[in-house]
Design a protein around this ligand. Structure first.
Ligand SMILES: Cc1ncc(COP(=O)(O)O)c(C=O)c1O
Length: 411
């Protein structure tokens, strides 16, 4: 017998350790509660939070995937272990978790589908829209494969036209970005595929304004939101895009292989699911979620990740990670060989900073920092050759100082 995803979730055991931030006691581990809403310069609290992670070295690549904190790992492992007992399991309360997720994201009730990642969520949308040959999908020349290839596939297979334009890298304000998008739209544009935060430079795009403008012209907005949840305290209803895809294993620090698709309620019943399984004909959000048997332990871990961030505070996390990025940006700007590609204006900058250094390459720099056990991302795509550094809450000011000192002396 094959168990469906819903069967698995129903069967999954809810042992007390999953329900909150409590975790299995490990000798020597602190059981103090997490600091609540620490100020962005409350170093003692952020040091305490860093102790929740098992990172070896320095992790400056949350943009690829975040490090799970201990409560997330504990919840996941304990669930997996309980599940494998096979007998005496209870279901996790998926409706209650969905409500927590909707609150965390500011999403509409019943609009959140749990999937594996942004790539899958973007593919769900691309394959689920009724686009015709010649219809245009507009995007930028700074898209990650996870938000781009679904359209390239559709172009090759169905004759839609995937068009890109070069966005301003150092815009003066949101208006300049909005104008760049508007200037690239044609009468055949049916979809704007917008990265909320560009993976290459970390610039934050004005997605709410673009969604409003697009809707007034009958254009659909699909947001590749791989980065913001867990980094920026956005409200998805206020953004009001038609579709929002994300990976919770990045900044939200959930287990790897977890993501979400948020669909504006008026679009749910008319968007085709990517996978035909038991719920494909449902007219609610389940039509996207039923993908056959999947791993309920990861969903339990995702719930613990949401609770972990709620305990600290979403706004406090955003303020901290962005202030770290500003500290990093300002320090890098003092190195004469560094050329920064993230925006100068802090309001448009997220928690990722990208740069090049004269006289060396991204590959060499990555290897140099890697030898000091510092994990980074090289943006080799489209030959940009940037080095990108992510500043999540497990990065401390002294970590930034150490990294910048190393870069100052880079060969
Ligand atoms: C902007 C953007 N979109 C999509 C993805 C793909 O994410 P995933 O591999 O989790 O689907 C990434 C990954 O880094 C990304 O940066």
């Amino acid at each position: 017998m094959t168990l469906s995803r819903r069967d698995l979730l129903r069967l999954a055991a809810a042992v007390p350790a999953f329900s909150g931030l409590r975790r299995a006691t490990v000798p020597g581990e602190t059981t103090e509660p997490l600091p609540s809403r620490p100020a962005s310069d409350d170093e003692a609290s952020w040091e305490r939070i860093k102790n929740e992670f098992v990172i070896d070295g320095l992790h400056l690549n949350t943009g690829t995937y975040g490090a799970c904190p201990l409560p997330v790992m504990d919840a996941t492992f304990q669930h997996m272990r309980a599940f494998e007992r096979m007998i005496g399991q209870e279901g996790i309360d998926l409706p209650a978790f969905k409500t927590e997720l909707e609150k965390f994201l500011g999403a509409w009730p019943g609009s959140v589908a749990i999937l594996r990642n942004t790539t899958e969520a973007m593919n769900n949308v691309a394959a689920g829209l009724d686009l015709n040959p010649g219809d245009e999908v507009l995007s930028t020349t700074h898209e990650h494969i996870g938000g781009r290839c679904c359209w390239e596939l559709l172009a090759k297979r169905r004759g839609i036209v995937y068009k890109t334009f070069a966005p301003p890298l150092d815009p003066a304000n949101d208006g300049e970005l909005v104008a760049a998008w508007q200037g690239a739209v044609t009468p055949r544009t049916k979809v704007l595929s917008i990265s909320h935060v560009l993976f290459s430079t970390g610039v934050i795009q004005p997605v709410a304004e673009l969604a409003r403008w697009a809707r007034s012209r009958g254009i659909i907005t699909v947001i590749d939101g791989a980065h913001p949840p867990g980094m920026l305290a956005n409200n998805l209803q206020a953004i009001d895009a038609d579709y929002y895809a994300t990976s919770t294993h990045k900044w939200l620090l959930a287990p790897k292989g977890t993501g979400l698709l948020i669909v504006r309620p008026d679009r749910i019943a008319t968007t085709w699911p990517l996978i035909g399984s038991g719920d494909w004909a449902a007219t609610d959000i389940r039509r996207f979620e039923d993908v056959g048997t999947s791993n309920g332990s990861l969903v339990v871990g995702m719930r613990a990740a949401v609770q972990f961030q709620n305990a600290i505070g979403r706004e406090a996390i955003e303020a901290r990670v962005r202030s770290l990025a500003t500290r990093l940006y300002d320090a890098l700007a003092t190195i004469p060989r560094v050329r920064l590609y993230s925006p100068r204006r802090a309001a448009l900058r997220s928690a990722m900073v990208s740069f090049r250094m004269d006289g060396t390459t991204g590959e060499k720099l990555q290897g140099y920092l890697g030898a000091a056990r510092i994990r980074t991302r090289r943006i080799a795509e489209f030959d940009y050759d940037y080095l990108r550094l992510s500043t999540h809450m497990y990065v401390l000011p002294r970590d930034i100082e150490r990294t910048v000192d190393l870069l100052r002396n880079a060969p």
